[in-house]
Design a protein around this ligand. Structure first.
Ligand code: SF4
Length: 160
């Protein structure tokens, strides 16, 4: 029997030590410590028999029956996202962020507050004080975020 990620599972993202599951409607669920532990193994191995052996081999203090019980409870609790099937399915789900660190899931960067227009609703404010982002600092910052932040939006003012 294999575990597979359902179509409802859009992505996973680390925030600190925990994995968050993000569903297709942008709903999210924080996995607790044990659930995060199990999910990290599921990401590596989807065959349930091999998965149990892998977990027990790498964690000698754990007993096989206990692992099986926790695993079946976990799959049942998150059946919207985790399905059981006799067929192997290699659908991968992106895991972003970094364990132990807090990288945002969605990052919005204002490149400038300059703009030729003067819309009343605009929150750019501070008319007359024009600022542009420092490109070198931006590049260094984006290098640090690369591979960890799944969504990036660049906005203004009017960057062009
Ligand atoms: S940034 Fe957009 S909303 Fe603000 S003044 Fe310019 S066009 Fe209007």
């Amino acid at each position: 029997m294999f575990i597979r990620f359902s179509e409802d599972m859009q992505q996973m993202h680390y925030w600190g030590d925990n994995i968050y599951i993000i569903g297709k409607n942008e709903e999210y669920y924080k996995l607790n410590e044990v659930e995060t532990f199990l999910m990290e193994y599921i990401i590596k191995e989807r065959n349930i028999d091999k998965l149990v052996v892998l977990i027990c081999n790498e964690n000698k203090e754990l007993i096989e029956d206990v692992v099986k019980t926790f695993l079946s409870m976990f799959i049942k609790n998150y059946q919207t996202f985790l399905e059981l099937d006799y067929r192997k399915d290699e659908r991968d789900v992106m895991v972003s962020g970094k364990k132990g660190e807090n990288y945002p899931y969605n990052l919005i960067i204002s490149l400038t507050n300059e703009c030729l227009h003067d819309c009343k609703h605009c929150y750019k404010g501070e008319k007359g004080i024009l600022k542009r982002i420092n490109i070198e600092k931006l590049e260094k910052f984006l290098d640090k975020m690369q591979g960890k932040v799944p969504y990036l939006q660049l906005t203004g003012g009017e960057p062009l």
